[in-house]
Each structure stands twice: as structure tokens, then as C-alpha cells.
Design a protein around this ligand. Structure first.
Ligand code: G1P
Ligand code: ZN
Length: 542
């Protein structure tokens, strides 16, 4: 039976770069999830007759939320929901399914790399028919709806069976349960030389993939161990758990420390990798050689043609503004365009759709290509494996070659989390006011070459995005970028991105902290960050 429930507008904070993220208990409040789902349905112009892909990263409340979404899709007249078995779909796999099945969109349940559990985080995002995150225009409509919603529709029924593959119905809605891995794995097989990678494993090449108790476990096990023949145990923490084993499923040296310890230890495997909660981020680490996401993007751009899916070369590359300029130099040598976009994957969508860029990446461990419209953790790992199999080189040999050719972009990001919102804005405002006067100034022994606030004119649809981060460049090739996070769930997070290009062959292997020390000092002095926030040090350094 379809019911219409009267309701009231929700405290609907504007969905950020990856949908709406809140504390799980907020999503579990009476009518909260329902209101937001109805706002999405209304915001996209209704779902009458629509086909939707539904799945999430398996975190606490994933299964309950899917039952609500299915019953609301039924009551709102949707024709079909394609759901990953057990309610699981990685973000890239969902993006692929939307595209492959010609769906009208998808609802992806995840708070990405944020912890899961009743006292942790939950999230929900809508992806459009191109498989990518909702555009700014759609997001605005959804947000507007959260503020004037008065009722939602829901079908009264017992729970749908999410475990059995095949089709059932909820009222007039067809609920189709699909294997979450199958289509994705088939796509990967079209892009990469699976035989070559299998031969690499046969030759004794060793690898550790840390799925961090999150959604890529089943994907990595099926692809790396079952199809490519990597020994059992190559994938660790491979069973998705509602609280990610009480961990923080963020693939960086801090949260993936056990993997880092192994890769820097005496029995390190040849190659290490990790992925986040919903499977769109990746970390790459060789034997004793962590690869920054910015460097990984540059390396992949330089060598992608070695994989069958990219053998014709790249149309162009794109990176988010705070990502280091390493890929720019590779693109220049390849003679292809390099686009600089605001933070957030949605800005890459137009470039990918228009065929202007083939590879994209962000410093926050996101890399991807035009095969889907999201970043894709396991895809990046497979591209690395394909390149390693073709070159026969180790990770550190490849990185050293890249740095010798293009110089090394030392890079680090300092995050100041849960800062008082007013204080965080004071830091940004202070910088903003100072910007016009900064060029030419001496700070901590460096000279400011330029200072501005980044804005972006989309070359495809002409849209303009202002206020996308403050960047300060120094003479000699250094840069500091300041921006406020759009994905946090508590207070404000100030991100300070630090970068310095080193071309002296004798200084390509110093500790990044040492190489970046002058930039860090200048960034702190220019922003007056410690005094303005009362913080002595960042919470997380990646
Ligand atoms: C963060 C990352 C950004 C990424 C986003 C979604 O956003 O910095 O690169 O696209 O998560 O995964 P932020 O919190 O900085 O707004
Ligand atoms: Zn993610």
C-alpha cells in the first residue's frame, strides 16, 4: 500500500562534493532519511517509470536505509531498482552499472573514508545518468526541496530480500539483485592485460592489498586472487564490516599504518595498495617507497599507454587545483592538455563526457579515467600492476626515473580538523584580505610570486565556480594552498596543501618534511593559523 506521510523540512545543509554526510544517528532520526530521499526524487524531477541503481559501502545502517529507499522508490512510481547483493556496491561499480544499464541515476550510500557505526558517519549521494555525482544545478534543486518539503511517499511492505540474486517486486517496482562484482570485473578485463598481470604473479611478484574492512574486499579478492591468481592472503581485511573493524577506512599512511609498516619492513612485498570505505580512493606503496597521489597520477599519465585500454594515448589529463603540478609536466611532454579544476570529482565529469580528458586525479588519493564517472581505487591499482608487468621495474625505480626526468614535486597536506567554524573563516578571510598585497613580499626567506583565490570556468558548459581555495606561489616553484573542507561532519576542517619542485638530481631523495620546511613556515606565517585557531599542529599530515 502506498502511503503519504506528512512531514516538515529537514535541517538540510547543502549536499557537498559527495552528497549529504551526517552523523549516522541524524540519518536515523524519524523521517530524516525519508525526507532527504524524497527531496532527491523531487529535485531530479520525479522518478516515475525510472530505473535506479542502489547500493552502498556496507557501513552501519546501509541495509536499513536501502529498505527505505526501495519502498520510497516503489511509492514514487519508479519502475526498477538494480541493487548490489547484500546492499553492496562500490562507488565506481555503481557508476559503471548506471552507465551500462542506461539507468536514470543511482543512490549510493556511503560516507566514503569516514568511520562507520551508530556513533560515526553516514552519507547518501545521488549520481546522474552519466554515472557521475550530481551537478551543481541538480544539487541546488535537491537542497531547495529539503527546505520546503511537506510530505513523502512510502510503500508499506515487509523487507525486500537483498541476498538472493534475481528479481522480485515491491508493489509495481521490480527489485533486481545483481552480483556487485561481476560487471565491474568484466569492465576491468577490457582495460587491462589480465594475462600479463597473471604472469607477473606467477613469476613470484608479491602484493598486499588492504581493503580496510570496507567494500573493495569482495572486488579485490575476486579480481586479484580469483582471476589474476595472486596467492590467497594477498587481500587483507577483505570482509566488509559495518564499522570497518572499528577503523578509519582512509587509504593514507596514517590510517593504513599496518600496511605502511609492512611495506617498510624487512619482508616487504613488491607492491602494496589500499582502498577506502566505498572503493573510490587508492593508496600506492612500493617496497619502502610511498607514492603520493599526485605522483601516482603523473606516473600513470606517463605510462598509461602500456595498458590495452589506453594504448591509443590520452586525450588530456585533469587534476584538482590543490593536486601537485607533477602531472602538468608529463602532459606537456606528451603534448596533451592538462586541466586544473576545483576540488571534487564532479568537475571532471564534463571533461570526461566531452572527451577532453582521459585520466583525472586528486591529491586526496583519487584517480580515475573515462571508464566510469567516479574515481576508482581498484582501477588505479590494476593500472599500476599492468604497468609494473610491462616494464619489469620496481615502484621505486619507476619513481626515480620520473623524478630524474621531470623533477620531484615534494608534497604534503596538513589538516586542522574540527576547528571552530568562525575561527576557520577568520583564517580564510585574513588571507583573502592580504592577497592583493602579497606578490613580491618576503616570507620566511621565500618570495611570493603570486597569490590569488582560485575560480574555475568550465570549458564545457561555461559555468563559473568561485571561491575554490587560496593559492600562494613562491619563486623557485613552491606553493601553499588553503581551503576549507566541504565533506566534514563536525566543525570546520582547514586543509593546507604544501608543494615544492626540486630539480637538483642530488636532492631527489630527501625527507619530504625537510624539503617542505620553508614552505610550511611561510604558509603558517602568512595565514597566522596558529594564533587564529589556537592550534599548535595539524591533526593529520598526509
Ligand atoms: C575531500 C577531498 C576531495 C574529494 C572529496 C570527496 O573533500 O579533499 O579531493 O573530492 O573529499 O572524496 P574536502 O573535504 O576537501 O572538501
Ligand atoms: Zn570514497
Amino acid at each position: 500500500m502506498n502511503e503519504t506521510i506528512q512531514t516538515q523540512p529537514i535541517d538540510g545543509q547543502k549536499p557537498g562534493t559527495s552528497g549529504l554526510r551526517k552523523k549516522t544517528r541524524v540519518f536515523m532520526e524519524p523521517h530524516y532519511l525519508e525526507n532527504y530521499v524524497q527531496a532527491i526524487f523531487d529535485g531530479i524531477g520525479g522518478v516515475e517509470g525510472a530505473t535506479l541503481v542502489v547500493g552502498g559501502d556496507g557501513r552501519y545502517f546501509n541495509d536499513r536505509a536501502i529498505q527505505v529507499i526501495l519502498r520510497m522508490a516503489a511509492a514514487n512510481g519508479a519502475a526498477r531498482c538494480i541493487v548490489g547483493q547484500g546492499g553492496l556496491l562500490s562507488t565506481p561499480a555503481a557508476s559503471h552499472l548506471i552507465r551500462k544499464r542506461g539507468a536514470d541515476g543511482g543512490l549510493i550510500l556511503s560516507a566514503s573514508h569516514n568511520p562507520g557505526g551508530p556513533d560515526a558517519d553516514f552519507g547518501l549521494k545521488y549520481n546522474g545518468p552519466n554515472g557521475g555525482p550530481a551537478t551543481e544545478g541538480v544539487t541546488d534543486k535537491i537542497f531547495a526541496r529539503t527546505k520546503d518539503i511537506t510530505a513523502y511517499k512510502i510503500f508499506t511492505a515487509t523487507d525486500a530480500d537483498l541476498e538472493t540474486l534475481g528479481e522480485s517486486t515491491l508493489g509495481d517496482l521490480a527489485v533486481e539483485i545483481v552480483d556487485p562484482v561481476e560487471d565491474y570485473a568484466a569492465l576491468m578485463e577490457t582495460l587491462f592485460d589480465f594475462n600479463k598481470i597473471a604472469d607477473l604473479f606467477k613469476s613470484g611478484f608479491t602484493m598486499r592489498f588492504d581493503a580496510m574492512h570496507a567494500v573493495t574486499g569482495p572486488y579485490a579478492t575476486a579480481i586479484l586472487e580469483d582471476r589474476l591468481g595472486a596467492p590467497k592472503g594477498t587481500v587483507i581485511n577483505g570482509t566488509p564490516s559495518p564499522d570497518f573493524g572499528k577503523g578509519h577506512p582512509d587509504p593514507n599512511p596514517i590510517w593504513a599504518k599496518p600496511l605502511m609498516d609492512e611495506m617498510y619492513g624487512p619482508d616487504a612485498p613488491d607492491f602494496g595498495a589500499a582502498s577506502d570505505g566505498d572503493g573510490d580512493r587508492n593508496m600506492i606503496v612500493g617496497k619502502g617507497a610511498y607514492v603520493t597521489p599526485s605522483d601516482s597520477l603523473a606516473l600513470l599519465a606517463a605510462k598509461a599507454h602500456l595498458a590495452p585500454g589506453y594504448k591509443g594515448g590520452l586525450a588530456g589529463v585533469a587534476r584538482s587545483m590543490p593536486t601537485s603540478g607533477a602531472v602538468d609536466r608529463v602532459a606537456e611532454k606528451l603534448g596533451i592538455a592538462c586541466y586544473e579544476t576545483p576540488t571534487g570529482w564532479k568537475f571532471f565529469g564534463n571533461l570526461l563526457d566531452a572527451g577532453k580528458a582521459t585520466l583525472c586525479g586528486e591529491e586526496s588519493a583519487g584517480t580515475g579515467s573515462d571508464h566510469v564517472r567516479e574515481k576508482d581505487g581498484l582501477w588505479a591499482v590494476l593500472l599500476w600492476l599492468n604497468i609494473l608487468a610491462e616494464t619489469g621495474q620496481s615502484v621505486s625505480e619507476m619513481m626515480n626515473d620520473l623524478w630524474s626526468e621531470f623533477g620531484r614535486c615534494y608534497y604534503s597536506r596538513h589538516d586542522y580538523e574540527d576547528v571552530d567554524v568562525d575561527k576557520a573563516h577568520a583564517v580564510m578571510d585574513g588571507l583573502r584580505v592580504a592577497l592583493p598585497e602579497l606578490a613580491g613580499q618576503q616570507v620566511e626567506g621565500l618570495t611570493v610570486a603570486f597569490a590569488d583565490e582560485f575560480s574555475y570556468d568550465d570549458p564545457v558548459d561555461g559555468s563559473h565556480s568561485a571561491g575554490q581555495g587560496i593559492r600562494i606561489g613562491f619563486e623557485g616553484g613552491g606553493r601553499a594552498v588553503f581551503r576549507l573542507s566541504g565533506t566534514g561532519t563536525e566543525g570546520a576542517t582547514i586543509r593546507v596543501y604544501l608543494e615544492r619542485l626540486e630539480s637538483d638530481p642530488a636532492r631527489l631523495n630527501v625527507a619530504p618534511e625537510t624539503a617542505l620546511a620553508p614552505i610550511i613556515a611561510a604558509a603558517l606565517s602568512l595565514s597566522d593559523l596558529k594564533a587564529r585557531t589556537g592550534r599548535d599542529a595539524p591533526n593529520v599530515i598526509t
